[in-house]
Design a protein around this ligand. Sequence first.
Ligand code: 2HG
Ligand code: ZN
Length: 474
Amino acid sequence: MTPRSLAQTLGSVVGDDHVLVDDDLRRGFETDWTGRWSGPSALVVRPGATHEVAEVLIRCAAAGVDVIPQAGNTGLVGGSVPRAGDQARRPAVVLSLRRLNAIADVDAAAMQLTAGAGTTIADWQAAARAVGLDTPIDFAARDSATVGGAIATNAGGSRVLRYGTMRQQVVGIEAVLADGRVVGSLTGLPKETVGLHWPSILAGSEGTLAIVTAARLRLVPHFDHVVTAMISTPTVGAAIELAGRLRRRVTSLDAIEIIQPEALRLVAAHLGRTPPIGVADDATVLLVECADHADPTDELLAELDGPGVTATAVATDAPHRVALVAFRDRLTEAINAASVDTGTPPFKLDVAVPLGAVEPLLDLAGDAARSDGCTLIAFGHLAEGNLHLNHLGVRDPDALADRVLRGVADLGGTISAEHGVGVAKTGWMHLVRTDDDLAAQAAIKSALDPLGMLNPGVLRAHDRRRSTAAGQVP
Ligand code: 2HG
Ligand code: ZN
C-alpha cells in the first residue's frame, strides 16, 4: 500500500484532518523530548474514539505497517517514538492517543473516575481536586504525561511510598487488541474475580500487547495541610536511616526524594537560586513531604530533631513549598538544558536496588561515570531505592550502561524501576528475568499480537552480549 493510500484509508476512519503526513507536522511525534530517541514514521494518525482506534488497527494490519502508540511523548527509553535504522523493520504509523482525553463518571463516594488514555496527569489531578479529592500518582512531567503512558510504563513518581505505582491505581481498563477487539471493563468494581485481570496484564506492557484507550482510576483524599522540608544528612546511610524512621513514625508521609549534591548544584544554577541549606560535597539531600487533614508540621519536625540531620529548611505555605519543590521537580529540565553544552543528549538509567544497596550503587555509578569521563547527576525516590542516574557528556553509553546495569543486578536490583524498558534496555532484560520467564512473556505477546505490529522492538528481550558474539543485529 502506498503512503498516499494508507493516509486515505486511515483518513476515512478518523477524518483527513487527523492524519498527519507532512514532515513538519510529523516531526514532533518522531523524536522523544530528550532528543536521544527518534525514527521516521509513514504518518501520524489521531483517532478520537475507541472504535476508531479499533478500525485504525485493523487497517494497519491489512496494510502491513507497524503501530507505535504515543500520547504525551514524555517517555525516556525510546518506547513511544518510531524505531530507527535496523530496528525499523516495516513502515511505522504513530498512533497518537492525545484526543482520547475525556474525563467521565467522577464518583466521589467510590473515589474513582474514568479518564481517556490521552488525559494528562495534571487534568486527572484537576478533576479529582474539583470534588475534594486528589490523585495517588504525581510526578514532574504531569502537564504532558498521560494516563495511558503512565499505565503503559507502570509509572511511579513521588507518592509511591504512600499509594503504590500506577498499576495499583487502575480499577478498570478498556483496551483494543491488535485485531481490533476491545477487552476490559470500566465498571471499577473493587472486588471482581472473573478470570484474568486486564489492568494487571497491561500495566507495564509498554504498548506491546494492546492499545489502552481508557481507564477507571482510583482517587485519594485531598489534604489541606502540606509541609515540605529540604534536609541535609551527612551520608547516604544516614539518609536511609532517617527515611526508615519517617516511614515508621510519620503517618502523613507523602514523599522522600533523594538529591545528590551535584544534582542540587545543577538545578540551583538552572533556577538561578541558592538552595536554602548548605550542602557538603559528601552529604545527601532529602526532599520530604507530608500531607494530612491536620497540620503535620510538628509530627515531622519532631523526627528531624535528632542525629543524622545536619540542616533543615521547612515550608508550609504554598509559595514557599513550590519554591522548595522546584529544586526537585525541575531537575530533569535542568539536566536537559545542561546537556546542550555537552553536545549529546543526557544518558539516563532508571534503576532500583534494595535500600541496603543504595550506597554501593552510588559508588559503582560514580566509578563508572569517572571511567567514562562523564558527569553523574543522581537523584530519585529513596523509599523505593529508585535512582535516576543521569549522565552528561557520556562517551560510551553502551559500555556505561552495561557496567552499571550488571552492577545493579548483582546488588539484587532491577534495570528499570519506573521508566520502562522501551528499546533502550532490551539487551539487559536477561539480567533480571530468567530465560523461561522471558519465553513466557514472548508467548503472551504472540498470542495477543500475532503479527508483531504493536510497538515492535519494545520489551523484546535479547542478550546483547550473546547477540553481538553471534554477529546478530539485536
Ligand atoms: C522524575 O523522577 C522522573 O523526575 C524523571 O522519573 C527522571 O529525568 C529523569 O531521569
Ligand atoms: Zn522518577
